[in-house]
Design a protein around this ligand. Structure first.
Ligand code: GYE
Length: 325
């Protein structure tokens, strides 16, 4: 009796879950199986080796598989990126790969594509899950775990700071998922460790020039800062220039840590100017087109497809240089 009752409860719950998940799945537009697709790739900007490597990876993989890639570059404007997506919808692409510059501003464009019957795959940045969800509004998010990246940089710093403890943090684009999460991962670990202070934190918009300008201002306001954490290597390269212009020696007076793993920044580790970098892979092509093929074939596509990241330090920088971008 009780066994039967349990069976009934369990089967009711399971049926409910199955109904819910099939309804959630049904909200995503299907994708027909085709030998060749016309796929949109709405890139956010082309201002760094990281972005160029990502675009190259997508173009190469599309060509290799015989798909046509409709490319747009939003030139660092979320408004332009949204209108680029709308232009792709109007052109009738089969699917859209989108790298949402900000985590809220691009949500309406995702809804427009979904409502037009075009599945969207997010690459490299996610959107706010309070507004839109993978598996319901877009197929999946393919990218790194940014909280983990920030935490890995913090862990290295905690073990290698050698008494340095006043941190300036140069953040990425305001309202972007990597900036939010790289700050969270790093700040939480640093606070939990104790003994460090984040004396200033400001956005450098993932750009080399802004990274240089912000560092210039913050190092003047906080001349006793002895650690610099940047959310991207382009900003780290700008920061190195600003430190040197201010007569500070990166790698000696100021310990610099960063994220990405670009060739110039990994070279700066080899040169003793940057302490450590958590890599962030820009090579999305194979995973993106595999996800597209799986989705068309009706195979389950997980809501998060994680890229694994390298970690660069003085002992491996030279060896790994050849695999950087
Ligand atoms: O780290 C940065 C780029 O969204 C993960 O954006 C990406 C980040 C990357 O501009 O260099």
């Amino acid at each position: 009796m009780s066994t039967r009752r349990e069976f009934l409860i369990v089967s009711t719950v399971l049926t409910g879950a199955a109904l819910f998940s099939s309804r959630a799945q049904a909200a995503l537009p299907p994708l027909a199986v085709k030998a060749s697709y016309k796929v949109g790739f709405a890139q956010s900007e082309s201002n760094s080796p990281w972005r160029l490597a990502e675009t190259r990876s997508m173009r190469d993989e599309a060509a290799k598989r015989g798909h046509r890639l409709v490319f747009s570059d939003a030139a660092s404007s979320s408004a332009k990126q949204a209108s680029d997506v709308n232009a792709m919808i109007a052109q009738g692409v089969d699917a859209i790969f989108l790298t949402p510059r900000e985590d809220k501003a691009l949500v309406p464009a995702i809804f427009s594509a979904r409502d037009a019957g075009i599945p969207v795959f997010l690459l490299d940045r996610d959107v706010s899950h309070g507004m839109a969800r993978p598996g319901r509004d877009y197929v999946t998010f393919i990218g790194s775990d940014f909280v983990e990246e920030g935490r890995r940089v913090a862990e290295w710093l905690i073990a290698n700071a050698n008494g340095k403890k006043k941190i300036i943090e140069i953040e990425g684009t305001v309202g972007s998922s990597p900036a939010n999460d790289r700050r969270k991962g790093f700040d939480d670990a640093i606070r939990a460790a104790g003994g460090f202070t984040i004396v200033a934190s400001q956005s450098g918009d993932f750009s080399r020039d802004k990274g240089r300008q912000v560092t210039e201002t913050l190092i003047q306001a906080h001349p006793d800062a002895d650690v610099l954490y940047t959310h991207s290597d382009e900003m780290a390269m700008g920061a190195l220039a600003a430190l040197e212009a201010a007569g500070r020696k990166p790698g000696k007076d100021v310990l610099v840590v960063s994220i990405d793993g670009s060739r110039t920044a990994v070279q700066a580790i080899a040169d003793g100017k940057i302490g450590a970098i958590c890599g962030c892979s820009p090579f999305f092509g194979p995973k993106a087109f595999d996800a597209l093929a799986d989705y068309a074939a009706g195979k389950p596509v997980p809501p998060f497809i994680k890229n694994e990241d390298q970690f660069y330090v003085a002992s491996n920088a030279r060896t790994l240089l050849a695999s950087t971008f």
